[in-house]
Design a protein around this ligand. Structure first.
Ligand SMILES: *Cc1c(COP(=O)(O)O)cnc(C)c1O
Length: 229
């Protein structure tokens, strides 16, 4: 494991190479640096390399980091959110990737309306149908998207997923493809794509290259960038 600066350079090169292999524009893939349980110093090292987008899982931790590091960064919520924490989430995040139920959406809408803030969101899809994972079932994603369209402070931009854990990244490929196809289907139905190109957040340290080959526009990388948590 190198320094954060070395790691980030290597990840950027791997992102570019994966995009080129897939015949995609490397600039169509954004790196979300997953900074959960990492220090402010580590985040500052990434910032010094020009990294601006960070992903956080835990609300209290995110709140402290946003307060300490302040403006100019883009904070993505990638962890499970409780509806009763919607007020803080609405305040501190710039994108919520884990919208998976109407109750949470409605709670966020109320808080965002109070703040006069528009929140980009992704619908989290449980592609593997795992009982222990959050996310809407693929078959229910369309209905959730339809409900989200009614909420004027939520800007639905795409889908996010975390497939079942696998040692071999090739085992994730089918799930990533499934998310892309679901995105295409929902777009064809007029349920996605109203706010620009559909975003697909998929791929982590172990499998982000496969995810890019399958269409990821956001990759969420923690360990490969910052080291073990
Ligand atoms: C922790 C986490 C990541 C990053 O995982 P790494 O394997 O450390 O890259 C990505 N996405 C979500 C939702 C996470 O919780």
């Amino acid at each position: 494991m190198g320094t954060v600066a070395e790691n980030i350079e290597a990840i950027r090169a791997r992102i570019r190479a994966a995009a080129e292999r897939a015949g995609r524009d490397p600039d169509s893939v954004r790196l979300v640096a997953v900074s959960k349980r990492q220090s402010l110093a580590a985040i500052r090292e990434a910032m010094a390399c020009g990294q601006r987008v960070f992903g956080e899982n835990y609300l209290q931790e995110a709140e402290e980091k946003v307060a300490a590091l302040g403006q100019g960064l883009v904070w993505h919520c990638i962890g499970h959110l409780q509806s009763n924490k919607a007020r803080i989430a609405a305040e501190i995040f710039d994108c919520i990737e884990t919208l998976d139920r109407p109750k949470l959406a409605k709670a966020l809408e109320i808080r965002l309306a109070e703040l006069g803030k528009i929140m980009p969101i992704l619908v989290q899809v449980n592609v593997g149908g795992e009982a222990q994972k959050a996310g809407v079932a693929p078959k229910d994603a369309g209905q959730l998207c339809r409900e989200l369209q009614q909420l004027s402070h939520l800007r639905l931009q795409g889908l996010m997923t975390m497939p079942p854990f696998a040692e071999d990244p090739e085992e994730s490929r089918g799930y990533f493809r499934q998310l892309r196809l679901l995105g295409e289907e929902l777009t064809a139905q007029g349920l996605l794509g109203q706010h620009g190109p559909v975003q697909l957040s998929m791929g982590m340290s172990g499998d982000f290259e496969v995810a890019i080959e399958e269409g990821a526009t956001l990759v969420r990388v923690g360990t490969a960038l910052f080291g073990e948590r």
